[in-house]
Ligand binder design. Structure first.
Ligand code: TDX
Length: 356
């Protein structure tokens, strides 16, 4: 494969690239060339990939995927035959504060990349990395790929719109595109604005854990390395063009239960938990049916408890990484998102008596 990986310095992109190029990595033998692109906005971090620079298979370019001509040039120059599009603004809370970057990267960026692929030709597979959020909140059962999209947040709407264009380009222009929709990821290199890395790093520092609403919203968790293995699997699946594949370990948990595990793994007391004002439009539950992908032979390898314990250990061992990330503009973001909410917070869920 001669790969273009966009959003390569973000959380999932980093794990995917490292799986490809690390010695003994699951995909190393399949990769002839890997061109990594990232705009290095707040959540992208070149340090995640810096040690790979000596690898002759690897090239890094700081670029915006919405620059269609630059993308076309790269595809031509490097004769790339496979595209994996991770590049995205991905945090729901940020999309509520300002949807403009989400429209730019998630929709216009994906469209630019699709159009570059169509123009150049020679691309054997275009993999769009999408999300379970396109299905919206799921009251009962597990969403299959046949379910209609019902996005709740501006983030989810931008990913849904991008999925629609991917399918349109597959149908109208024969771009050999595939969409994967994954459940919530956790693991190394995740930016500490998402639930797990935020709570793990706050707990390690003895800082409060701001739990939204009643803490009973449910998410379906998968270790990032299982997600990445699923992507390699789908890249090589014959006849997958035009298809959609849910990716999930089908392991759902209420947020409070995840929080309690984090407290146990970090040895912190329950009174670190603060119930704060809920996220507007907060989806109650995500749950995916990954039967279609499992039927092709893919299986997740990490159980949640073990995967989370390893993740906590990773954050414990990589304090300089997350302390760097949590400085500067992050502090401003944290103050704006949590400052007032934490001042008004309670140690007990809304509508119940405080614990002490
Ligand atoms: O401070 C917090 N407190 C809290 O209670 C944060 C950041 C989150 N939460 C809750 C909200 C959700 O119910 O935890 C749950 C997980 O939240 P996020 O980590 O923000 O993820 P979520 O909104 O579920 O979306 C995630 O999964 C789908 C990713 O952020 C998306 O990028 C992905 O597409």
């Amino acid at each position: 494969m001669r790969l273009l990986v966009t959003g390569a310095a973000g959380f999932i992109g980093t794990n995917f690239v490292r799986q490809a190029l690390e010695a003994g990595g699951t995909a190393a033998s399949r990769v002839e060339r890997l061109v990594a692109v990232d705009l290095l906005t707040y959540a992208g971090n070149f340090a995640n990939l810096a040690d790979l620079s000596a690898d002759t298979h690897f090239r890094f370019e700081r670029l915006d995927i919405a620059q269609r001509d630059a993308m076309e040039g790269l595809l031509r120059e490097e004769r790339l035959d496979t595209i994996v599009n991770f590049a995205a603004e991905s945090h729901v809370d940020r999309s509520i504060a300002d949807q403009a970057p989400f429209l730019h990267t998630n929709l216009h960026g994906t469209l630019a990349l699709l159009d570059a692929a169509r123009t150049v030709g020679g691309v054997r597979r275009f993999l769009q990395v999408s999300t379970d959020e396109v299905y919206g909140s799921i009251a009962e059962g597990r969403a299959t790929e046949e379910w209609a999209a019902r996005p709740s947040s501006p983030y989810a709407a931008s990913k849904t719109a991008a999925d629609a264009f991917v399918l349109a380009y597959a149908t109208t222009f024969d771009v050999p595109a595939v969409i994967t929709r994954c459940s919530n990821n956790y693991g190394p290199y995740q930016f500490p604005e998402k639930l797990i890395p935020l709570f793990v790093t706050n707990a390690l520092d003895g800082h409060p854990l701001p739990l939204y609403g009643d803490g009973q919203n449910v998410r379906d968790w998968i270790h990032v390395s299982d997600h990445c293995a699923a992507l390699w699997h789908v890249l090589e699946l014959p006849g997958a063009e035009g298809g959609i594949f849910n990716v999930s370990a089908e392991d759902e948990r209420p947020n409070r239960a995840v929080t309690d595990l984090i407290l146990r793994l970090t040895g912190r007391p329950p009174d670190l938990v603060r119930y704060v004002t809920d996220r507007p439009g907060h989806d109650r539950r995500y749950a995916l049916d990954a039967g279609r992908l499992r039927a092709t032979g893919w299986r997740p390898r990490h159980g949640f408890e073990d995967g989370l314990a390893a993740t906590v250990e990773w954050y414990r061992a990589h304090r300089p990484w997350w302390e760097g990330v949590k400085s500067g503009a992050y502090r401003e973001y944290y103050r704006e998102t949590y400052g007032a909410r934490l001042r008004d917070a309670s140690g007990a869920p809304p509508g119940t008596a405080p614990r002490s």
